[in-house]
Design a protein around this ligand. Structure first.
Ligand SMILES: [Zn+2]
Length: 337
């Protein structure tokens, strides 16, 4: 039986959308769960209340829920934040070391390269994301800075705010911790750093898999077919959350852009070993030991990186001076009444 071409294309597009979400929800939740166990004792205690803890785990899946909406403008805005396909910088002749940490300056860098090198505009697909490397390092850094902001005003509201303001500020910290977590989790999945994100593409001298099920297999299919990671064992293998140092060489990059980029580049280095592992049947349900070790290392790497960013945001966040002044004036006015 012959199917119309556009029907096949539509089904292929749907399958593609369904199979390239990065770690499934269970794996994203586990990364957050592990990360929470490593925070220092002086990290705000409300974060560990069961309802807040559960909310942080729930929010690990939030940016993927945005992807379920088929609206093109939302897809255009959101989809690119989930990955950074390093090889796709090459046509633009941009090296990772030369990336602007400002998101829109990076867009300009690409636009300039397109004009200079006469590259095609990414018009071929409906949400205009084709051929775009993605924004994952920017998404991590910007969401990190939004968390810093939430801690900054929380610190002031805790001292000078009303009960409602304190509750709202704490709720926002929970929300921001949850949203940031998703992108750190995504980057721990090496297939989110490569154009080979769902089977090898282009010249394939080492004969790696080209299966369009590979991404979903790494996201969670492997663990579902074998055995889910053992939370208690993984927790024992984690170190306490540590503060992130800013690299001296890039003082101009704000937030922790350079750290986010280095983290992604490090996971990209594990992309080909992952394909190699597959080739050696290390990801097969019959011989899963090496695959299990590899993927659990990635989950732990995501958890440690996330915890370090949470811990650093809380420590680095300066009290919000603008808010402090506003609240001091409010107190003065109320005193006069
Ligand atoms: Zn994602």
């Amino acid at each position: 039986m012959k199917y119309p071409r556009n029907l096949i294309a539509a089904v292929a597009a749907l399958l593609f959308a369904l199979t390239t979400h990065a770690w499934d929800y269970e794996r994203h939740r586990l990364i957050n769960d592990l990360a929470l166990t490593t925070l220092s004792k002086d990290f705000p205690a409300f974060v560990r209340l069961p309802a807040n803890r559960e909310r942080i785990l729930f929010l690990s899946g939030e940016p993927d829920r945005w992807r379920n909406n088929r609206d093109r403008a939302l897809r255009h805005l959101n989809t690119l934040d989930h990955y950074f396909d390093i090889e796709d910088l090459q046509p633009y002749q941009i090296k990772p070391a030369n990336l602007s940490h400002f998101r829109y300056r990076f867009v300009e860098q690409m636009a300039n390269a397109r004009a200079r090198l006469k590259l095609e505009l990414p018009e071929a697909n409906s949400d205009h994301t084709k051929g775009h490397p993605g924004f994952l390092p920017w998404a991590i850094n910007e969401n990190y800075l939004k968390l810093v902001s939430a801690f900054s005003y929380l610190k002031v509201f805790e001292k000078m705010g009303t009960e409602e303001e304190k509750l709202n500020a704490r709720a926002n910290v929970i929300y921001r911790m949850g949203i940031l977590s998703h992108y750190i989790g995504d980057a721990a999945q090496p297939l989110h750093t490569t154009k080979h994100f769902n089977g090898w593409v282009g010249p394939n001298p080492k004969n790696y898999t080209t299966s369009k099920r590979f991404h979903a297999w790494i996201d969670g299919g492997f663990f579902k077919a074998t055995q889910a990671p053992n939370r208690a064992i993984l927790i024992k293998q984690l170190r306490p959350a540590a503060l992130i140092k800013r690299p001296e060489k890039t003082p101009l990059a704000s937030g922790h852009f350079q750290y986010a980029l280095n983290y992604i580049l490090a996971q990209h280095k594990k992309m080909e070993p992952l394909y190699q592992l597959d080739k050696e049947k290390g990801l097969s349900p019959e011989t899963p030991a090496a695959g299990k070790a590899f993927l659990e290392t990635q989950l732990k790497t995501g958890a440690q990186t996330l915890a370090d960013l949470w811990q650093t945001a809380q420590t680095e966040a300066p009290p919000d001076r603008y808010l402090q002044t506003y609240l001091a004036q409010r107190q003065l006015k109320q005193g006069r009444k």
